[in-house]
Design a protein around this ligand. Sequence first.
Ligand SMILES: [Zn+2]
Ligand SMILES: [Zn+2]
Ligand SMILES: [Zn+2]
Length: 145
Amino acid sequence: MGTVQRSDEVLEALRAHAKRITAPKRAVIEVLVHAHDHLTADEVTKQVQALRPDVSPSTVYRILEELDDLDLVVHSHTGHGAAVYHLAGASHSHVTCEGCHTTFEVPSEIYDRLARELLATQGFELNRHHVALSGLCEHCRGSHS
Ligand SMILES: [Zn+2]
Ligand SMILES: [Zn+2]
Ligand SMILES: [Zn+2]
């Protein structure tokens, strides 16, 4: 994991962008700060509602989008399911296993050479964390051989 952001840092960044800090927003940030896993928007909603049952899923979705637009939160597509969210401070890339559907964090530097070559040969700038690469994890490779 990279640096884990604290909720007051995220709230401070929101204030710097002149964004209103609402109770549902606080709850979403609280959930993301304490998440040990990659959460889909539905999972974020479930955990937010455990704190504040009055918050609707559409409110959570809107807040995630706002935080995403401000680069305070990033999302990643890790296979066929819904995108997962985490705080932008925890910067890393993802690989996802097609066997057990586990998402693993890998250091973004792993893609340095690929990123350099894509830029030099195709003029293409790689986004290292938006979409996960897929394959088979060590465990699943073992059980298939
Ligand atoms: Zn696996
Ligand atoms: Zn991640
Ligand atoms: Zn996306």
